[in-house]
Ligand binder design. Sequence first.
Ligand code: MEV
Length: 372
Amino acid sequence: MIENVVGVFQMPFGIATNFLVNGKDYLVPMVIEEPSVVAAASNGARMARVKGGFTASTTPPVMIGQIQVTDLPDPRNAVLRVLLEKEKILTKANEQDPVLTSLGGGAKDLEARMIETKAGQMVIVELLVDCRDVAGMNAVDTMVEAVAPMIEDIAGGRVYLRIISNLATRRLARAKCIVAREAVGGDEIVEGIVKAQAFAEADIYRCTTHNKGIMNGIAAVVLATGNDHRAIEAGAHAYACRNGRYTPLTSWEKNHQGDLVGTIEVPVAVGTVGGVTKSSPLFQIALKIIGAKTSRELAEVIASVGLAQNLAALRALVAEGIQRGHMKLHARHVAMSAGATGQLIDLVAAKMIDEGKIREDRARELVGQLSN
Ligand code: MEV
């Protein structure tokens, strides 16, 4: 899959449970190195399940391919000329991918706009490509490269960049859940979560961590299913500041019944076929476990995971704090670094948790005592 390979790097592969999305049960594969994330996602999904789980939807799977045209004597006129030749350009783009077009996808529309840059005015031509069930990097990049010479001719300028945009504002996933106040732990916790939301909305330092927690879940499913988690991360954070201010990707409010209402909206450009999905049997297994038939269904589950992850994090933060959830695995790590092996790992970890002392010096003492 890559160059200069010297080995294979393994990561833990877990399965989050309790997800009910649009009335269907899902087991959610997650690949992540951080303790507690899979448990937290399952816990968030369990809390949401009481009132029917998640309602999720997506826009059609449209990606944006950009072509940068520079050195234009008359950029405004170039925009018009490109728009007038739209059909010809779309036909050329669609010739590149007969399979995608036969499935109802392909380049559907084209836009062109002028931008001011420090290197002068440019025209940015954007192909809007319905990618169906592929993530779309290859399909879109092939199309923009193929139409670039034609656009140079029509616009009368010089094309430099021809590349997909990872800010997939045309490929959004949304999810919503109502969390019963009893399910989340009572009125005080509901109040705390509403205040945590307000904190994230008002403060970029908190907002970054709020969104990081959401991406813990999203990136783990994206990675497990053989999709590009860097693309999704970049797109999500850019989407979070689309109005010029960095904002939370989720929102939490209290309704008239005193329950929590959570929503998320995030670009989720993932595929269920194509890309590297066939390069590893693990990606295929992950896709089989999640059982999503289309890229849109996969994106709907992923958005729900982001919302569940955020719910569980906020609940823990406003109640006991997140360290307690981390303790069991943390104690095991400490026991192992103190030399515990096999069954001794759990024995040493359990003893340290009981004592409330999770330290390597104590673990070493316990290894000495318990291994005799
Ligand atoms: C840790 O990986 C994620 C959290 O910090 C998220 C949050 O603070 O909302 C717990």
